[in-house]
Ligand binder design. Structure first.
Ligand SMILES: Nc1ncnc2c1ncn2[C@@H]1O[C@H](COP(=O)(O)OP(=O)(O)OP(=O)(O)O)[C@@H](O)[C@H]1O
Ligand SMILES: Nc1ccn([C@@H]2O[C@H](COP(=O)(O)O)[C@@H](O)[C@H]2O)c(=O)n1
Length: 705
């Protein structure tokens, strides 16, 4: 997961390959609660690991369920099965509506004293209609803040009061279908001896989510009948029974981003778009109907029981006018697809967007406008006209050749056409779906990067979303930014480069390690480091069996992390690096680090030879005295003794060899910015590099919050 303040997405172009999506949030949290209410142990396979399932699991543990999470994405829940929950308890629900609403209803019917609260936004999300329905039944629930909103207290310390079950329980269905879901999952607890009827007041929105609830209830032994989605009957004698084991489908709403990706991006050469594993056309999730909307816009979607394949079809996409009541979450993805359409797209009947993680209609309108779109918003609709010129300047038509290996892939839309697209820093409002759907704007025909603020908000449903995105997208190599940090020994290059990479979410290349490993491998193979062995050492360097794993360096099966860090290893690296064929042999390996979303590379010739097109080159230096002192401290802290004078002599000798060798000598690139950090702290040096980087970005620094 990217935990950076922002993530800059370079312009992206083609797609290929396969993604495995995480489990559905809606199914995961429903299954967890149903398992908790059941008799017996339920093994839940492919459970989504996310913020929202985390709060549910923690709450279930607190109320006395046995939760075994030792099996990766498989979790075992031993339910209460008629036992009273542990109480009193204070339960934190984060911003998970799928935990807050159903748990409120279930705990009210289980008895005990509970306080349920969440993050500030959760306290702005309505729950009054559910509480009203529970109060009708006789439950005692008090608001601890504002009426109609969490936090709240369930005051059943003396047990569940006598419930008024003879008349139908009435609940509004036009604000959130989660209220009805909550009642449907809780009321079987009260239906042991008599049937319980629920009547929906107003038109029920998001019926597909209710369909999921009914299907899952059936898996746990409760068969609910309904008349036209307005009247639901839970039969007398209902009793939760664990199904033993259950699989969670991949999340259909998460699939929408990759379906859209297949519709927007051209296929890499020889590939047929993108394949999604874990969900198929007969999914029980309502958001699978996003496929129909994507097809209407031009996507070519095929699928089986557990997979989908998507290719670009009509291009530009076709604008649509759609009632999105049946796909409220996935419809946000359509709003971004609309940027690539041939006219104005209208998405209707989306009032529920206003009460989600944020006011999604307002958020989408604001951010789409930043990209150059013309947007009209109403109480329950949004209308999007793409940035000027992106409609009439379509990219390759259907069937046109996609980028090939030797011709770099081109932008999703037109090449070189004037465009109204603007570079934008997308504010994400702590809303995972805003972050994920706006990543699709990086396929813009203007070839502009897109900044996604607070990318870790995707943790709510898809913590590794950006990793999954990068694994199936391609772009021209020169679109992938590289920051080069070169300089003499012990100037702090590695320290600063690693910190800059961490702050930007970029990959990190320690090119010195390549030479250190090569020298070690040569010596271990009995080859002296000299010109006489150059060809053999170069051949070895070409096929180094090296892996970088979790901070460890592995050569073959051997952990050489410490062995390559000695002063002697540095000196050997300097010798081996002076052999021209060895340098040539290591070029490809170094280039292979240039991958999405970007790279920070440290070494001696990053800016001069390896990445001459890098948009930022820094030559980091410090006085020899300062560098010797730093290296001394570094060694002492690792428990090695050393004399500052010897260290200084060694590093000066190394610098002299590195600067005077015939190939790729150590020197600042012509366009490098020199940073003498003799008197700077590490943070100051890092901030200076980041400030130079920001100066090269097309978007302004985002305002905090
Ligand atoms: N202002 C500073 N900037 C960077 N590093 C600093 C600074 N002050 C102290 N240091 C320390 O200097 C030491 C040397 O840094 P580092 O190993 O990153 O240098 P390097 O240039 O990568 O060395 P080498 O050339 O051997 O790879 C580290 O212990 C680091 O913490
Ligand atoms: N791009 C590079 C990086 C390193 N070297 C040589 O390797 C030696 C060790 O490098 P460290 O950064 O790990 O200390 C260094 O002294 C150089 O001789 C290089 O040539 N090019």
């Amino acid at each position: 997961m990217y935990s950076t303040a922002f993530l800059d997405l370079p312009p992206m172009q083609a797609v290929s390959g396969e993604v495995h999506l995480p489990g559905s949030k809606s199914i995961s949290n429903r299954v967890l609660l149903l398992a908790a209410l059941s008799r017996g142990t339920t093994t839940v396979h492919d459970l989504l690991a996310s913020d929202d399932t985390r709060v549910m699991l923690d709450a279930l543990r607190q109320i006395g369920c046995v939760v075994d999470e030792t099996g990766g994405s498989t979790v075992c829940i031993t339910g209460l099965g008629g036992r009273a929950p542990l109480s009193p308890a204070k339960l934190f629900m984060g911003n998970a509506g799928t935990a807050m609403r159903p748990l409120t209803a279930a705990l009210a019917l289980l008895g005990g004293e509970f306080e349920l609260s969440g993050v500030p936004r959760m306290h702005e999300r309505p729950i009054g209609d559910l509480v009203d329905a529970l109060r009708q039944l006789g439950c005692q629930i008090d608001y601890l803040g504002n009426d109609g909103y969490p936090p709240l207290r369930i005051a059943h310390a003396q047990g569940v009061p006598a419930l008024a079950l003879s008349a139908p329980i009435r609940v509004r269905g036009d604000v959130s279908s989660q209220f009805l879901t909550a009642l449907l999952m809780a009321l079987p607890l009260a239906a042991a001896t008599q049937a319980v009827v629920i009547e929906v007041v107003g038109e029920l929105i998001s019926k597909p989510y209710i369909a999921i609830t009914l299907q899952l209830l059936a898996r746990f032994g409760i068969v609910v009948e309904h008349q036209n989605w307005q009247r639901f009957t839970i039969p007398a004698g209902s009793k939760y029974q664990s199904p033993g084991s259950i699989h969670v489908e991949a999340d259909a709403s998460s699939a929408s981003y990759f379906i859209a990706l297949g519709a927007i991006a051209s296929s890499a050469t020889g590939e047929k778009g993108i394949k999604i594993q874990g969900i198929g056309l007969d999914s029980i999730q309502g958001d699978i109907r996003f496929v129909e909307a994507a097809r209407a816009m031009g996507a070519v979607v095929t699928g089986g029981a557990n997979w989908l394949q998507i290719e670009r079809g009509a291009w530009p996409l076709q604008a649509i006018d759609l009632d999105c009541n049946h796909i409220p979450d996935a419809a946000m993805t359509l709003a971004v697809m609309a940027l690539y359409a041939n006219g104005t797209t209208t998405l209707r009947n989306i009032a529920s967007w206003r009460v989600k993680e944020t006011d999604r209609i307002a958020a989408m309108a604001t951010e789409l406008r930043k990209l150059g779109a013309t947007v009209e918003e109403g109480a329950d609709f949004i209308r999007i006209t793409p940035p000027a010129a992106s409609t009439s300047t379509a990219g390759p038509p259907q069937g046109a050749s996609a980028p090939s290996e030797d011709s770099e892939p081109r932008a999703a839309g037109s090449v070189g056409a004037p465009s109204g697209w603007k570079p934008a820093s997308i504010h994400t409002y702590d809303d995972h779906r805003v972050a994920m759907c706006f990543s699709l704007a990086a396929f813009n025909p203007a070839g502009l990067p897109v900044r996604i603020e607070d990318p870790k908000c995707v943790a709510k449903t898809f913590p590794d979303y950006f990793e999954a995105l990068f694994s199936v997208t391609q772009t021209a190599t020169d679109h992938i930014p590289v920051i080069c940090i070169d300089g003499p020994t012990a100037s702090g290059k590695g320290t600063v480069a690693a910190a800059v990479a961490q702050r930007l979410g970029y990959r990190f290349l320690d090119s010195g390690a390549m030479y250190r490993i090569t020298a070690l491998a040569a010596l271990r193979a009995g080859l002296a480091i000299d010109e006489g062995h150059e060809a053999r050492i170069a051949a070895m360097a070409q096929n180094l069996p090296v892996r970088f794993e979790g901070g460890k360096v592995l050569l073959g099966g051997d952990d050489v992390t410490d062995a390559i860090r000695t002063e002697e290893a540095g000196m050997n690296a300097s010798r081996v690096s002076a052999l021209p064929s060895v340098r040539t042999a290591l070029v490809q390996l170094q280039h292979s680090f240039r991958r999405l979303p970007g790279l920070v590379a440290d070494g001696r010739d990053m800016g001069t030879v390896i990445f001459p097109d890098a948009p930022l080159k820094v030559y980091l230096t410090a006085s020899a005295a300062c560098r010797a002192e730093r290296r001394h401290k570094q060694l002492i802290s690792k428990g090695f003794s050393a004399s500052i004078e010897d260290l200084r002599a060694d590093l000066e000798a190394r610098d002299a060899r590195d600067s005077t060798r015939s190939v790729a000598p150590l020197k600042p690139a012509q366009d490098a910015l020199v940073l003498d950090n003799s008197t700077l702290t590490i943070d100051e040096a890092v901030n200076q590099v980041l400030a130079w980087w920001q100066e090269r970005q097309p978007f302004a620094v985002s305002a905090p919050g």
